[in-house]
Design a protein around this ligand. Structure first.
Ligand code: ZN
Length: 68
């Protein structure tokens, strides 16, 4: 397993219940969560898929950029 890039000590475990809150709409995606600090790291393709959906729904301003 990978070590959390945020706290540098926790391990990342696979989860499929990460919630992304986009303009008050909750999307659930798969990814990894740190067992120590609870930071969530959704898979990039899952995030991208969610953004595509959000854009179609008109929820995601074009100016917003994801941070990686
Ligand atoms: Zn962590």
């Amino acid at each position: 397993m990978k070590t959390c890039p945020k706290c540098q000590k926790g391990k990342l475990e696979k989860v499929d219940d990460i919630t992304l809150d986009i303009e008050k709409h909750i999307f659930v995606v798969a990814g990894e969560r740190c067992v120590s600090c609870q930071e969530e790291f959704p898979y990039e393709k899952e995030t991208q898929k969610t953004i595509d959906i959000a854009r179609k729904l008109g929820l995601w301003p074009e100016s917003v950029k994801l941070q990686h």
